[in-house]
Design a protein around this ligand. Structure first.
Ligand code: ADP
Ligand code: MG
Length: 322
């Protein structure tokens, strides 16, 4: 149902950056080790994501574009221990309902498939000779939803949003090699060798990467680790704080607050640290099913986690000052 897909698209694909996010997350869920992101005209002309992941079996390709068809959850119980980034099965049908999409995919074991869907309608489905992995191209985003198109910000802003989300994903997955290019110009390249500090250097520059300190700590419920910036390297927004729970990039106001509290009075007014925080915890203690964008999470024993974070950061910064 194209209309239902377009309505869902209103929630899942607000702008080019949300398309990039959903597609890259799919590539991550498919165990890719190399993800190339090619964007033209801030994503409004085209967004192409090439991965070397598991691919989709020929018989499952059409299903992937049906609403609520997800290969990642089979039982209700699964919903409470989601480990994959996607689980709602809404991204592909939503995106395909508001753009011109060609997906090529192969599992490596069978002949690959190419499927072309425009504005939610199947154009054709043929064989493809792709090596193992998936190559999805999304052109003319919002071509059939002019109201949405009008709502786009300047090309610079849309591109900045894309860069921001790719940077976060690259920081979150240092073991995946990412490239991002815009109109043929390379904006980011990470090695995929798993070195977080290297990724930080690639994004914020080598000088700034030296101003990041490493931390780690644990209690009975939580294991935390990451890098956070010295008070001399700050930004005017909290969006440079990246938090991951069990490998999933999340948003949680209280966790951000805990990091900032770790700085005590060391931050100037209106300045925020740059940080990457990895939290490992029992997936049963975190509820990811709060919002369709899947970034907001609810954590049980949040107070305990907050204390662990702010104490740890406070201690590591105090040590640096000696
Ligand atoms: P979700 O990620 O919530 O399951 P999506 O609509 O994003 O839903 O994707 C639908 C399905 O298509 C996924 O469950 C997955 O099986 C398949 N899929 C999508 N993208 C890829 C990819 N890059 N590699 C392998 N499988 C993919
Ligand atoms: Mg998905």
């Amino acid at each position: 149902d194209v209309l239902a897909d377009q309505i869902a698209a209103g929630e899942v694909v607000e702008r080019p950056a949300s398309v990039v996010k959903e597609l890259v997350e799919n590539a991550i869920d498919a165990n890719s080790t190399q993800i190339d992101i090619l964007v033209e005209q801030s994503g409004l002309k085209s967004i192409e994501i090439v991965d070397n992941g598991d691919g989709i079996a020929a018989e499952d390709v059409s299903m992937a574009f049906e609403r609520h068809a997800t290969s990642k959850i089979t039982t209700r119980e699964d919903l409470f221990k989601v480990r994959s980034l996607g689980f709602r099965g809404e991204a592909l049908p939503s995106i395909a309902s508001v753009a011109d999409v060609i997906l090529q995919t192969s599992t490596g074991n069978d002949t690959g498939t190419q499927i072309h869907i425009k504005g939610g309608k199947l154009v054709d489905k043929t064989l493809s000779a792709l090596r193992k992995g998936t190559d999805i191209s999304v052109e003319d985003l919002f071509f059939n939803t002019p109201a949405r198109l009008k709502y786009m910000k300047s090309p610079q802003t849309e591109l900045a949003n894309i860069t921001d989300i790719v940077n976060r994903l690259a920081l979150s997955y240092p073991q995946i090699a990412f490239t991002l290019s815009h109109d043929g110009r390379e904006l980011l390249r990470t090695s995929g060798r798993g070195n977080l500090q290297q990724v930080i250097a690639g994004i914020y520059g080598v000088q700034n990467a030296r101003k990041m300190v490493k931390f780690s700590a644990q209690d009975v419920d939580f294991n935390i680790s990451g890098y956070t910036s010295l008070p001399e390297f700050t930004r005017a927004s909290r969006q440079y704080i990246s938090v991951l729970i069990n490998g999933r990039y999340v948003k949680n106001f209280q966790v951000n607050k805990a990091i900032i509290e770790g700085y005590g009075s060391k931050l100037m007014v209106g300045r925020y640290p740059v940080a990457v925080l990895n939290i490992k915890m029992d997936p049963l203690l975190v509820d990811v099913n709060v919002h369709p964008a899947k970034q907001e999470v609810r954590i049980s024993q949040e107070k305990q986690l907050q204390t662990l974070i702010s104490k740890t950061i406070y201690a590591v910064l105090a040590k640096e000052n000696l």
